[in-house]
Design a protein around this ligand. Structure first.
Ligand code: GLP
Length: 260
C-alpha cells in the first residue's frame, strides 16, 4: 500500500486529480470507478477545470459508480446518479450513455446487482477506482461485516451510516436504509485503487484501513490485499497513524525515484 500524507484537503484533491489525469492520458478509453460523498467533490471540481481547460478528455471514458440507494430514482436529488450528474458529468465531455450507476428503482434489486457486476466485467474491468471511507471504515456501502470477497449486491446500511448521511436529507424526505453496492471483491478487482480521506473525524477509520488487521470489521482494511492501492490523506486524517513518519519519508523516496 502506498500511503500519501499531504498538508490539507486541497492537496489531497490535487494529488488525486494528477492521478486521474495521468490515467486518462495513458489510456483515453479508461474504465473509471467513481464515488460519491463529500470526499471527492473538490477532485471533481479540479477534473472539470482540467477538462474545460483542454488538458484532459473524458470523451472515450466509461464509468461505473460504486453504489446507489435502493428506492431512489436518478431524478431524486439525493440519488447518487443525480449527485454524479450535478458534480461531474454535466460539466465534462463524457458520453452520459457510458456512465453507469446502479438503478435504485430496478424491479428486482438483486437482479440489478448481478447485471451491474456483469456489465463491469463485460467492459473489461475497472482501471482506476476512486474511494472515500465511512467513519466506520466502510467503502462504497460495504458496511462492517461485509465479506471481503463480496460482489455487487444489496446491503442494509448501519445506523451510524444512516445518521452520517442524514445531513443530506430534508426533514420531510424519507431516507433509504438499503443500498446496492459494488462488493469488496469487485473493488479489489480494479487495476488500481485510490482512497481519499480528510479531516480528524476520519482518523480512526484511516488507522483501521492502513494499520489495522485485515478484517471484515473494517472493510477498507481489505485494500491491504491490493497490489496497487494508494491511500491519500491530509494530516488531520493521518493523526493516529504510527507509521506516519515512515510514510512521509517513503513518499519523498518515491518522488525521487520517479524523477530519476
Ligand atoms: C457514503 C458513500 C461512500 C463514501 C462515504 C463517506 O456512505 N456510500 O462511498 O465514501 O459516504 O462519505 P464522505 O466522503 O461524505 O465522508
Amino acid at each position: 500500500m502506498r500511503l500519501v500524507i499531504l498538508p490539507n484537503s486541497d492537496d489531497v484533491a490535487e494529488f488525486a486529480c494528477d492521478l486521474f489525469a495521468r490515467q486518462l492520458l495513458e489510456k483515453p478509453n479508461s474504465i473509471l470507478g467513481l464515488a460519491t460523498g463529500s470526499s471527492p467533490t473538490t477532485l471533481y471540481k479540479k477534473l472539470i477545470e482540467r477538462q474545460q481547460g483542454g488538458d484532459i478528455s473524458f470523451s472515450k471514458v466509461t464509468s461505473f459508480n460504486l453504489d446507489e440507494y435502493v428506492g431512489l430514482n436518478g431524478e431524486h436529488t439525493q440519488s447518487y446518479r443525480h449527485f454524479m450528474n450535478e458534480q461531474l458529468f454535466d460539466h465534462i465531455d463524457i458520453d452520459k450513455g457510458r456512465t453507469f450507476v446502479p438503478n435504485g428503482v430496478a424491479k428486482d434489486p438483486n437482479e440489478e446487482c448481478k447485471r451491474y457486476e456483469e456489465m463491469i466485467a463485460l467492459a473489461g474491468g475497472v482501471d482506476l477506482q476512486l474511494l472515500g471511507i465511512g467513519i466506520n471504515g466502510h467503502i462504497g456501502f460495504n458496511e462492517p461485516l461485509s465479506s471481503l470477497s463480496s460482489r455487487t449486491r444489496v446491503k442494509t446500511l448501519t445506523k451510524s451510516t444512516i445518521e452520517a448521511n442524514s445531513r443530506f436529507f430534508g426533514p420531510d424526505e424519507r431516507q433509504p436504509t438499503d443500498s446496492m453496492t459494488m462488493g469488496i471483491g469487485t473493488i479489489l478487482d480494479a487495476k488500481q485503487v485510490v482512497l481519499l480521506a480528510t479531516g480528524a473525524h476520519k482518523a480512526e477509520a484511516v488507522r483501521g484501513c492502513v494499520e489495522g488487521a485485515v478484517t471484515a470489521s473494517c472493510p477498507a482494511s481489505a485494500l491491504q490485499l491490493h497490489q496497487h492501492a494508494i491511500v491519500v490523506v491530509d494530516e488531520a486524517a493521518a493523526e493516529l497513524l504510527s507509521m506516519k513518519d515512515y510514510a512521509i519519508w517513503a513518499e519523498t523516496r518515491h518522488i525521487a525515484m520517479e524523477q530519476m
